[in-house]
Design a protein around this ligand. Sequence first.
Ligand code: SF4
Length: 125
Amino acid sequence: MEKEFVCIICPNGCLIKVEYEGTNINNIKGDECSEGKDYVKNEITNPLRVFTGSILVENGDFSLISVKTHVPIPKKYIKKIGEITRRIKVDAPIEIGQVVASNLLNENIDLIVTRKIEKKKSLSS
Ligand code: SF4
């Protein structure tokens, strides 16, 4: 199989052409450094991505808060993490970096918030 990848490891954005069978690379061209080769190998065997999404907030000055996984996770888990994320609600106040769900899918995947949310001020105070 032949495929092209744009390496995202550095701003050079090398276009890497690769011939492979299964997880074996037979020929690779366009990689300017060994990191490009490693990137393509990972893309073929176990591509990783940081999941980003949002969850519901109760009693906050906003009703949604952005979250992300604490590390890049296998791409095959992104959809399942998205489904789980839609069912999570947290109570304000919330601090940046707070873990709102941990060990998702029993794969040591944590979700952390990426902004701060204050508790909603009541009209009477
Ligand atoms: S192959 Fe190397 S030089 Fe090219 S984009 Fe990737 S990391 Fe940068």
